[in-house]
Design a protein around this ligand. Structure first.
Ligand code: SD4
Length: 327
């Protein structure tokens, strides 16, 4: 019989498909080549991205800003108690504390983030306040909470009964296995381009289930879990954050696109970087999602099973990403 860990690795990896080209509008054309753009557009990681994108699309389709779309969009998932990897209802750390990481970036390159934040349902909104109201980029733990309360955020208990039960069950063995598995999916990273052509990004998570108290992942690290640059595009990451942090994945993807790679080529190269540099890569899942300034999307992951939600041209869809480890 296979171990629980193997079972989770296998069952956590669902259906597969290939990157699908979107219906595109020909916006500009010169004699040498056509440049197709899709605008507005929003993409986000995993199936729960469908709900988040719906909210983001309301904003984008009525002429709103990408920065508002990426904040309000992921807030839907942060408030969802059934999503056990983000915000309210997120699984706690090994000591029973729900600690949240989030980041946000706007089209001007402004960035804000919070890490190890407790008792606040919407860390992405606190991250936005850090970006807009402070001279800093990142606030951590107690300081982040103090700032959030000063800004009018309400404190609440984020540990739901369901998450508490899962933690109590985990404590029976207390096996610390930092493996991204079926229970640990659904961190949401979102990228949006508005009608004005501006890009913004966000990322929010409760991080790895039963992580060490104080552990911070890639999601709030600008350039690791999320990065965007209005000249080029953006990228977000999901999966075992330590691998993303070691390779500064989202920044890498954006820089590869800056050098002329397509979003798909860029995310594949970023996954290959992990394969080359991190010998134990097979034990973990990593998914990258990228959006260039023309609205082209790239998605790629280590193991079969990563998908992303795309909303453009009034159409919402869930698309399976291609993956590295085959056979
Ligand atoms: C982390 N990258 O904290 C996050 C976890 C994640 O889907 O993406 N889960 O390492």
């Amino acid at each position: 019989m296979s171990s629980r860990r193997d079972f989770l690795k296998i069952t956590g990896l669902a259906s597969v498909g290939a990157f699908t080209a979107s219906s595109c509008k020909l916006q500009t054309q010169d004699k040498a080549k056509s440049v197709k753009t899709v605008r507005p557009i929003v993409v986000s990681t995993w199936k729960n991205g469908l709900h988040a994108n719906k909210k983001a699309w309301e904003i984008l389709s009525s002429g709103g800003r990408a920065i508002d779309a990426v904040e309000k969009g992921v807030m839907v998932v942060e408030a969802d108690p059934d999503d056990i990897t983000v915000g309210y209802g997120g699984l706690p750390d090994r000591d029973g504390f729900v600690t949240l990481d989030a980041s946000i970036m706007d089209e001007k390159g402004n960035a804000g983030s919070v890490c190890a934040l407790q008792n606040i349902m919407h860390p992405v909104s606190v991250a936005r306040k850090v970006m807009e109201k402070t001279p800093h980029v990142m606030l951590a733990g107690e300081g982040a909470l103090q700032f959030a309360v000063e800004q009018g955020f309400k404190e609440m208990n984020l540990l739901t009964e369901k998450a508490k039960k899962a933690w109590e069950k985990w404590k029976e063995t207390s096996k610390y296995e930092p493996v991204i598995n079926i229970e640990n999916h659904d961190t949401i990273g979102m990228l949006a381009i508005d009608s004005a052509g501006n890009i913004s990004g966000s990322c929010t998570t409760s991080g790895l289930a039963f992580k060490m108290h104080g552990r911070v992942g890639d999601s709030p690290i600008i350039g690791a879990g999320m990065y965007c640059d209005n000249e080029v595009g953006g990228a977000v990451a999901t999966g075992m954050g330590e691998l993303v942090m070691k390779t500064l994945g989202s920044f890498l993807v954006v820089e590869l696109m800056r050098q002329g790679k397509s979003p798909q080529e860029a995310v594949e190269e970023a996954i290959l970087r992990i394969v080359k540099k991190i010998p134990e890569y097979k034990k973990y899942q990593i998914g990258y999602l990228a959006l260039d300034k023309n609205g082209n999307v790239g998605a790629y992951c280590l193991h079969k099973g990563f998908n992303y939600a795309r909303y453009a041209d009034n159409k919402s869809e869930l698309i399976d990403a291609d993956y590295y480890i085959k056979g």
